[in-house]
Design a binder for this molecule. Structure first.
Ligand SMILES: Nc1ncnc2c1ncn2[C@@H]1O[C@H](COP(=O)(O)OP(=O)(O)OP(=O)(O)O)[C@@H](O)[C@H]1O
Ligand SMILES: [Mg+2]
Length: 168
């Protein structure tokens, strides 16, 4: 399943992240694709806040990974692989710890970790569109399908008025 939607503001991008976070129940890998500044970290910020993280959600541009333990007991690794020159470098930042079978993994620039990253349950693509962002979220596993299915009802709230989610 793919959901296409327009995110008119940064808040809409955060709401999408939050809506997905609220439905995550176990191990889950989410790829966040899009050019520099497309809104990947913004999505992750909404995601972490919805899981009860009250502090800042920093971009892992330089640290490569930010590690969160939420009040609800969910561990989340948020990575940004932009600065990775070779997927093998993921071993040094502890890729084996991320794929531990119970954590959530949010990955910006997943194409840089190809071959080493665990496969995605959900693939989210953000594109610039007249000051807003076009978003396509594609489920790539049963876990991803269930997530998208469950956020369908919340899509109108994510987008604001005037847009409808489509299922191409
Ligand atoms: N739907 C949106 N409409 C307009 N602006 C947005 C939207 N979503 C996010 N932004 C803005 O885009 C800017 C860049 O966002 P962000 O840092 O999340 O991008 P990124 O994809 O993580 O970039 P990078 O690849 O450099 O890590 C921020 O100023 C953010 O507020
Ligand atoms: Mg970012």
């Amino acid at each position: 399943m793919t959901i296409a939607l327009v995110l008119a503001t940064p808040e809409a991008t955060e709401r999408l992240g939050a809506g997905i976070a609220r439905e995550v129940t176990g191990p889950c890998v989410i790829y966040l694709r899009g050019d520099l500044g497309a809104g990947k970290t913004t999505f992750a910020r909404g995601f972490m806040r919805a899981l009860g993280h009250g502090g800042t959600v920093k971009s892992p541009t330089y640290t490569l990974v930010e590690d969160y333990a939420t009040a609800g007991g969910q561990r989340v690794f948020h990575c940004d692989l932009y600065r990775i020159a070779d997927p093998e470098e993921l071993e040094y930042i502890g890729i084996r710890d991320f794929a531990d079978g119970c954590s959530v993994l949010l990955v910006e620039w997943p194409e840089r970790g190809q071959g080493v990253l665990p496969p995605a349950d959900l693939d989210i693509r953000l594109r610039f569109a007249d000051g807003a962002r076009d978003c396509r979220a594609t489920a790539l596993s049963a876990v991803g399908e269930r997530l998208l299915d469950r956020i369908q009802d919340g899509i109108a709230a994510v987008e604001g008025d005037g847009n409808n989610a489509t299922k191409p």
